[in-house]
Ligand binder design. Structure first.
Ligand SMILES: Cc1ncc(COP(=O)(O)O)c(C=O)c1O
Length: 383
């Protein structure tokens, strides 16, 4: 696995506009002035009033340019692509990465090629084509497309912007900036960080961010990492329980990519950065929580109606995981917990509309006053 060595002797936190590029000395770039940026990063850390006994915050990654934390990674990936003089980048993703890739390639003026399974909902494809991506719908499953695209990219010398560390080690460095921003806002590391895990690159990157801060003496300890995986795609939780340490043992776990889930962005049978995600959780003294579809639905509703955060289902399981952390905490000592809210619900609302009918409460103009009167009445208590 490729690693990077950073020489930095500057003041911490570094000065500069609130984007990931203020941390450029800790990112694998030579010249931050040439960065391909849409203003990613610098997202708010907001209190989430779940309990008076502890300090809970959300790191609101939905505020990134295309609505997810992947914008950090794609800003670095496409900056690297451009610095190498490449004119095209390829990625396999019908989710957050594909959307981000489309935006950053368009901004850089390079060709974006996105390969996706043919079965992908056209409503997910449309924003990519709207930003000029060339979308290839492949009659196969995502794992096979990733493997084949990797081979083709290598043989053609094509730049790959995959958010898997093995395929593109540069981009995963970007997730470290989430750790940097959390520490720079709180003034210290939190006790827990709760992260949804798909391929595993995000949790691993945030963990490396805290480790780097420790190594440079900016913080004295790292938080415990709670990884949230979807039911049916919980190979990491099984690996953690079984004490698995090698890729071969991990690959042998009996998971496959056909289980239906409401959290498609996290649906990896064998997450490609799984072993590093496992290391992040184990070494930090954390654990994995398995989120059910019901956890995702309830979490989404609670975030939205209780706090005004409309997150996508794949991001909503962090709430159930946080409640499990809170239940185990000693009430005598205040703990701090940061939930990473990865993806916005606004870009996935078509999924939610299909599951939740919009109330039929039409009003004539004449009846509007009465309708408002009705709307002002307290909601009926749930049965
Ligand atoms: C909304 C959302 N949350 C979480 C993740 C998980 O990130 P990773 O695949 O790096 O584990 C993804 C991945 O695409 C995502 O789109």
């Amino acid at each position: 696995m490729i690693g990077f060595v950073y020489l930095d002797d500057q003041e911490w936190p570094p000065a500069g506009p609130p984007t990931i590029w203020r941390y450029w000395r800790r990112l694998p770039v030579d010249d931050p002035r040439a960065a391909v940026t849409l203003g990613e990063g610098g997202t708010p850390l907001l209190p989430l009033p779940l309990t008076p006994a502890h300090d809970v915050f959300v790191k609101d990654e939905t505020r990134n340019p295309t609505g997810s934390h992947k914008d950090r990674a794609l800003s670095v990936a496409i900056s690297r692509c451009v610095s190498l003089g490449r004119k095209a980048s390829v990625v396999v993703s019908a989710g957050s990465t594909g959307l981000s890739h489309a935006a950053y390639c368009a901004h850089a003026g390079i060709t974006s090629i996105v390969a996706i399974p043919a079965a992908t909902d056209p409503r997910r494809i449309y924003p990519l084509t709207a930003m000029g991506s060339r979308v290839i719908r492949v009659q196969s499953d995502i794992d096979a497309i990733i493997a084949r695209t990797g081979e083709i990219a290598r043989s053609r010398g094509l730049f790959q912007s995959s958010t898997t560390r093995r395929a593109n080690p540069f981009q995963t460095e970007a997730a470290k900036t989430i750790a940097f921003e959390i520490v720079d806002t709180l003034g210290e590391p939190p006790d827990f960080v709760v992260v949804p895990v798909g391929g595993g690159g995000t949790i691993a990157g945030i963990w490396r961010g805290f480790r780097e801060l420790r190594e440079r003496g900016s913080i004295a300890r790292s938080p415990r990492f709670i990884g949230v995986v979807p039911e049916g795609y919980d190979a990491l939780a099984a690996a953690y329980r079984k004490g698995i340490e090698t890729q071969a043992e991990f690959d042998a776990l009996p998971y496959s990519a056909v289980t239906p889930t409401l959290m498609p962005k996290l649906a990896h049978a064998h997450p490609p950065d799984g072993l590093e995600a496992l290391a992040a959780v184990k070494d930090s003294g954390g654990y994995f929580c398995v989120a059910t579809n019901r956890d995702a639905e309830e979490g989404q509703a609670r975030f939205a109606t209780g706090f005004g955060h409309y997150v996508e289902l794949s991001s909503a399981g962090v709430l159930a995981a946080t409640h499990s952390v809170l239940r185990q905490l000693d009430t005598g000592r205040r703990a701090s917990i940061v939930l990473i809210l990865c993806g916005s619900g606004y870009r996935e609302s078509f999924v939610d509309i299909e599951r939740n009918a919009i109330p039929e409460n039409r009003s004539s103009l004449d009846a509007l006053d009465a309708s408002i009167e009705e709307a002002l009445r307290p909601a009926a208590a749930a049965p």
